[in-house]
Ligand binder design. Sequence first.
Ligand SMILES: NC(=O)C1=CN([C@@H]2O[C@H](COP(=O)(O)OP(=O)(O)OC[C@H]3O[C@@H](n4cnc5c(N)ncnc54)[C@H](O)[C@@H]3O)[C@@H](O)[C@H]2O)C=CC1
Ligand SMILES: O=C(CO)COP(=O)(O)O
Length: 313
Amino acid sequence: MSNTKKKLTIIGAGLWGQALAKLAQYNDQNNVKIWSRTSSESLASVVQEADVILSAVSMKGVRLTVEKLTALTIPEETIFISATKGLETKTLLTPSQIWQKSFPSHPVVVLSGPNLSKEIQQRLPAATVVASEDVVAAAKVQEIFSSDIFRVYSNQDPIGTELGGTLKNVMAIASGVCDGLQLGTNAKSALLTRALPEMIRIGTELGASRETFFGLSGLGDLIATCYSPLSRNYRVGYGLSEGKTLEQILIELGSTAEGINTANVLIELAQKHRIAIPISRQVYQLINGETTPQEAVKELMARDLKAEFDVLS
Ligand SMILES: NC(=O)C1=CN([C@@H]2O[C@H](COP(=O)(O)OP(=O)(O)OC[C@H]3O[C@@H](n4cnc5c(N)ncnc54)[C@H](O)[C@@H]3O)[C@@H](O)[C@H]2O)C=CC1
Ligand SMILES: O=C(CO)COP(=O)(O)O
């Protein structure tokens, strides 16, 4: 990459947008701007001349953000990075698919990995993945974020990378329930081990590579999120296990927990593609008041017996 500073604009000044801005600023080769809906500057002025535009808005804001940007003139060489972990209601699209469909001539890169924002803010070491079909764009993004506190890997499977981060949010809710009910280490291990093939079944059906789920954005993020009370999705599950209502939990959280919307979208997606999603289905029923934490555990334990590596279930 040339010696001139890279101009990066981050849209979305939530926890993740701010942490990513810090990471990019840590590398003094970058000129970083961060924009939110409440910023005094116009969106047009902050994206003007940007080499790279990163979206760290929550899933519900992705479509609106894309629409705002399509109304502007963005040069075709501008790289878009999507850092959102979610699925769109109704279209069932991933965030990067929304970006790519709206900007078909632009490189789109997914950034995803085990990256709890509080630890990133504390400058603790972490690693992530940048994924794109455009390897040159991915390599540029890798350079922008790489530092001695943030190790950035690349791959060419944006959908798999993105789905790892998205699907583990639902598993983190289940994991919070497991810990909240004090089901023990064996149960937690069984849950996480069975979660991975469930994520792989969904991912490969949607065109992702199986291998990607064994990397940082899949297994890596599954471990981080399912084991950490810093995870908001984990806290949702934990709260449900304590008998709190979802409404109460979300008020206490005061922040985004994408796994809730993702579980709702997943039910439709699984039905459409006929994919078995036993864990995600229990999470869906739990957040929609159709089961209790205890009943969800019973249901999972009472499933038909099967071969461990049965690819269909
Ligand atoms: N916090 C974390 O540790 C990580 C979060 N993520 C993902 O990043 C995304 C954002 O998460 P957080 O920043 O943590 O959530 P947050 O709740 O702290 O912030 C969400 C941000 O999205 C913005 N937003 C929502 N609708 C918008 C719209 N229509 N236009 C512009 N901005 C809009 C909000 O203003 C806010 O700045 C989520 O998809 C999350 O899964 C990914 C990796 C780590
Ligand atoms: O995606 C994350 C860590 O990689 C953040 O997880 P939560 O959204 O559950 O806080």
